[in-house]
Structures are given as C-alpha cells and as structure tokens.
Design a protein around this ligand. Structure first.
Ligand SMILES: Nc1nc2c(ncn2[C@@H]2O[C@H](COP(=O)(O)OP(=O)(O)OP(=O)(O)O)[C@@H](O)[C@H]2O)c(=O)[nH]1
Ligand SMILES: [Mg+2]
Length: 609
C-alpha cells in the first residue's frame, strides 16, 4: 500500500488535535455509532484536564487506497524538543495557523525546523469561523515568515487552504464550499512525497516517541527507515554514540489504525510502527537487525533549562494523605521518569533526601509533580532555577533566553513594559495589531519570567496574551529582583480560626481559610510589607471580652488567594518550599523553626558579605 507520513505542527491551541479528530472521522476510521470523545487523541488524564497535548501521538487513516500516518504534536514550548524529532520521521507537515492569532512564536519555531529538514509544508489557515478571523492578513504573515526563515523558492511556493478544523472543512478559497476536508486529504496525497526508504537493507528505525502502556510496557514508535520488521525477530538497540544498549526480540509489532494500534506480523520500510518487548531502548536510539553496525542519524536532545529540587515532605502534616513518602520511593519514581522521559534529567542532590529534577520548563515539571501527586506521593518542591552554561568558545557564563510576544490592549502596554524591564527584558518591537491592541516583542532571560504570568494576568485584567519561546543562550544579565513582599508565617500548630484570620488579613493577603490545618513555619499569606511576619492563626476570641462578643458576624473575611501548583512553585522564594500532597498544596518556610530560620538567614548574609 502507498504511504504518506505527515506531522501536524502549530503554536499551542491553534487546533491540531481537533483537526486530527475530523480527519479520522471523515476518513471513516470510526465505526458507525462509535462514541468518540472530543480531541480523542489527547487521551491521558492530564491532557484532557488541561486541554493541551503533552505527548506526540501517531494515528493513521486510509484515503483512496493510500495510508496516511498522521502525527499530532504538542504545541506548548516546553514540549517543543519533541516536535523536532517527530519531523525526522515524516515527509511532510501541515502547518496550522490560527486565522485570528496569526503567526506566534511556536509557529516560527516549528516552521523553522520543518524548513531546515527540507520539508515542503502545507499551510492551513485554521479557525476561519472565528468572528475575529483575518485570514488574508494571516496568509501574508505566513508568507513573510517563510521568507524570513530562508525558505527555498519551492518551499515558498507552499499550497494553502482555509479551514475550520472544528467544523470539519478545508477549502482552497474562502468562498467555500465549506463541506468537508477532501481538499486537505487530496493535497496531502499529491503534495507529500512517499517515504524514500530502502526496503532491501537490514531492518532499522529510530525510536522517536516513547510511552508506557500498563499492559505492553515500553512502547517505542518510529518510522521504519529501511528493511522489513517481522514479529519476534531478534533486534539490537544502538545508542546514537554507537554503543549497544540491549539486544532482544520484537515481541509485539503494532501498526496504527485510526485511534487504535493493531498487532501485525510484519511491517515494511516507510511505515510508522510501534514496538513493544524491549526493556532499555529509549529515544532517540536506533532499533535494528542484529547485523546493523552503526546507528541511524538522530536529532540530539535539547539541554534542560530549568531545575527544581524535589524533597521528601518533612512537615508536621506529612504522611496523612500520601502513601508514598519515603525518599527511596521518590527516588525510584523520579529515576523511572527520567528513564522514560527523554526531556527530564534526575540527579541525587547534595542535600539529603532530595533530588534535582531538570527539564524544559515550569509546565513540564508541573505536569510531573501533578502526576506524582495523583499516584499518592507527598513532596516538597524548591524554587525553580534556570540552568546556566559556560559557553564552550568564550568561557563566559550564559543563561537561557526567551523571546516573548505579548498581545495587550493599549492602556496596559505601559505596565507590561515596566514589569518586564525590571525583569531584564528588552523591548524589541512594538506594533499595533488593530482594535486598539498592541503586540510587544521582548528578549528576556528565562529567569525573569518565573512567576510573572500571574502578575501579567492581574496587570492586564485577564485580557493579555503572552507567548514565549526558548531563544538560545545569552550572557548572564545580573541579579533580578525577586518578590517584593514578605510572608505571613504561622507560629502555631492547629486549625486556623476565623477570629485570628480576621486580624491577620489586615497585614496582607491570606492564602488559607478558617478550619484549615496550619503548622509552625507554614506560610498563611503574603505580608503587605517586604519582610516576613510571624502571626498566630489559631488565637480564639477571649470569652471574657464582652464588648467583642457577638461581633463575629461582622468580621468579614476576604476569600483567600488560592494558588495552583504551578503558581505556588513560581511564587516561592529561595528559603521557601511548596508542600504537595494528594489533597493539598501548602506553602512553607524551608526552616519551620523560627530560630533555625534566623540562624540560616545570618549564615547566608555572612556568606554574601
Ligand atoms: N473557532 C474555532 N475553534 C477551534 C477550531 N479548532 C479548534 N478550536 C478550539 O481551539 C482550542 C484548542 O484546540 P486543540 O485542537 O486542542 O488545539 P491544539 O493545537 O491541539 O493544542 P495543543 O496540542 O495544546 O498545542 C479548543 O478549544 C478547540 O475547540 C476551529 O476550527 N475553530
Ligand atoms: Mg493538541
């Protein structure tokens, strides 16, 4: 059977997974009356909850006797490294661009990668049904982008369709017929070349996606670059550096059919397949026949840019909810993650009962913490740090930089520029985008963005949109001022009471509500002043105080500020931790005891002096 392999690439949320849904549906991949969830490929729990794709996934449809393997990729920048490896196993790409939002940082990133690989992308201006769609302008933006990225003449001559993935149509013209996706199917078949592979060479493929299946174990997906794969054949796994990782047998060979993977006896060069039965093989190893002597070329992994310390939970409430609390359990889980997730690195920390976990961003590490929490783990997490590097040529220390695109209503531009400048951002470009909106472009150290997103939403009354992209390394920009407010810290263990909280709230903003468990050293809120303040959250009203009696009703409490896991992690300072249990997210001081805290402060002041 004739094969086409394509990847769908775009900025986050521009509609990749939704389009794949419709491609599956219209190619007749679902049985009649089959109940299929919306965005069916986003099948794991966290993907469904967050409405984003985290793992790239392969699916396959048949169109007029041609099998089209489609790889849906994650749009979020934290998972961008994966996109590059996916592009290595396809011969074409569909670039989706939101007809209202236009070209955004991740569009630029993925198009750059696709062009560099020599692919000739198909452009789809998507979500044309949006009331604020501006499809013609976006078409020009895409053309300018291709040109700016150095596209060859033939790449610049890209075919383009207007579409609404959600409504299930794609057309060459804005006038319609807006009926179905046949124009897109036909374009894929005519524009994307069949895979150029050698069917007679020994079997070899590069593992490009790794996932765990509770039933199959390690499942590795990749394109069969050469030869033929047969069930139960002996295989050899080669690391990109050439050493043999393991030898084994291919005990399961799976081909993609719609949303399913079906067992097959044999697969041919050019097809995308999944393999189970190996215990060590990882991305981007080469899996091949025993006679293979050298690995196939693979895309190197991006270095991690952000790290956090994962520690045991040693607070007084530890072990009440979680079943997995020991450092041995945490260690085992983290190393298993690093083994299966190529973008995450784990090392033992020099602190006892703590581990350094490095990855590509706050979202990626946040997803890991959330997963562990659901599995019954308890942890404490330290403030994220960026990972600097020494430039191998100049010997100078450099830090990760990002390009940030901000879309805001004009009146808010001032405050955004001010805040990002404080965080060492440089304004590179500012241009009106219509409707009294401005698009601001900054270059800023990744460090400066930690914890900024919440502030940004407050400053723009929730109307701003911020997009960011890793932009390589730049010279260290010097200190960036952290949070300006101190913490309100509990002096007691027990349960917070209304009466005490009422008086504490005059000092700042509360994070806890009455009845919540508190402990010595726990952070109850943000102090309005710059220094930390110790307060007693369990103090009851004295019953002898007649004048105060009966006034409780009038003592209104402002609802506490609740933080999500990622907000909490971005909020804390170096001497603070986030306590994560299956049921709670709490903030605390690293040293719970007030004397110990002061001693450590003195130590760090001495060290600084
Ligand atoms: N108006 C409109 N909305 C759409 C269309 N396609 C998708 N959406 C919406 O856009 C949002 C994101 O859609 P997804 O398909 O998850 O986007 P994605 O590109 O897969 O997102 P990531 O995988 O997280 O990068 C959802 O709320 C969809 O309902 C479309 O054609 N028109
Ligand atoms: Mg998606």
């Amino acid at each position: 059977m004739d094969i086409r392999n394509i990847a769908i690439i775009a900025h986050v949320d521009h509609g990749k997974t939704t389009l794949v849904d419709q491609l599956l549906r219209q190619s007749g991949s679902f049985r009649e009356h089959q109940q299929v969830a919306e965005r069916a490929l986003d099948r794991n729990e966290l993907e469904r909850e967050r409405g984003i794709t985290i793992l790239a996934k392969c699916t396959s449809v048949a169109w007029k006797d041609i099998r089209i393997n489609i790889v849906d990729t994650p749009g979020h920048a934290d998972f961008g490294g994966e996109v590059e490896r996916i592009l290595n196993m396809v011969d074409g790409a569909i670039v989706l661009v939101d007809a209202a939002e236009g070209v955004l940082p991740q569009t630029k990133f993925v198009v750059g990668k696709a062009l560099a690989r020599g692919l000739h992308p198909i452009v789809v201006v998507n979500k044309v049904d949006r009331s604020d769609a501006r499809p013609d302008e976006v078409h020009i933006e895409v053309f300018d982008l291709f040109a700016a990225l150095g596209a060859s003449d033939s790449q610049l001559d890209f075919p383009m369709l207007y579409a609404s993935g959600r409504q299930g149509w794609a057309d060459t013209s804005l006038d319609g017929p807006r009926k179905d996706l046949s124009a897109l199917f036909n374009l894929v078949v005519s524009h994307v070349p069949p895979p150029k592979v050698d069917p007679d060479a020994p079997f070899a493929m590069v593992a490009s996606i790794l996932e765990y299946d509770s039933y199959l174990g390690r499942v590795l997906t990749g394109r069969l670059e050469q030869g033929r794969a047969r069930l139960n054949m002996p295989v050899k796994v080669l690391h990109p550096d050439g050493h043999v990782v393991e030898t084994g047998r291919m005990t399961k060979l799976l081909s993609f059919r719609g949303l399913d993977r079906v067992p097959v006896e044999e697969a041919e060069a050019g097809d995308i397949i999944a393999i189970a039965g190996l215990s060590e093989a990882n991305v981007p190893d080469t899996i091949g026949a025993p006679e293979l002597t050298a690995p196939l070329p693979a895309i190197p992994m991006d270095p991690p840019t952000l790290a956090m310390t994962f520690r045991i939970n040693d607070g007084p409430l530890a072990g009440r909810e979680g079943k997995k609390v020991t450092s041995r359990q945490i260690r085992e889980r983290l190393f298993r993650e690093a083994d299966g997730n190529v973008a995450i690195k784990v090392t033992d920390s020099n602190e006892t009962e703590a581990f350094e976990v490095a990855g590509r961003g706050e979202l990626q590490l946040g997803v890991l913490i959330e997963q562990m929490r659901r599995e019954g783990f308890e942890l404490t997490i330290g403030r994220p740090r960026v990972l600097t590097r020494i430039n191998p040529e100049t010997g100078v220390r450099e830090e990760p930089m990002e390009e940030v695109l901000v879309d805001v209503d004009e009146p808010y531009a001032g405050v955004v520029v001010e805040k990002l400048s404080q965080r060492k951002g440089e304004l590179r470009d500012m241009r009106p985008t219509g409707g009294h909106k401005l698009r601001l472009t900054f270059a800023i150290p990744s460090r400066g963005l930690i914890g900024y997103h919440g502030e940004f939403l407050t400053d723009t009354r929730g109307t701003g949109i911020m997009n960011r992209l890793f932009a390589g390394y730049g010279a260290w920009k010097g200190p960036i001022e952290g949070r300006r407010n101190g913490s309100l810290i509990s002096t007691e263990n027990g349960e917070a009471v209304h009466y005490a909280l009422f008086y504490i709230q005059e000092r700042g903003t509360l994070f806890v509500h009455p009845g919540e468990k508190v402990y010595v050293g726990m952070i109850l809120g943000e102090n309005a002043r710059g220094s930390d303040l110790e307060v007693n959250p369990i103090k009851e009203k004295k019953l002898t105080n007649i004048r105060a009696a009966g006034k409780d009703d009038a003592m209104l409490l402002i609802p506490p500020r609740r933080m999500s896991l990622e907000q909490a992690i971005a909020y804390i300072e170096d001497d603070e931790l986030v306590e994560v249990t299956p049921g709670a997210i709490r903030l605390r001081k690293r040293y719970l005891d007030s004397h110990e805290r002061k001693r450590s402060e003195r130590r760090s002041q001495d060290a600084a002096a």
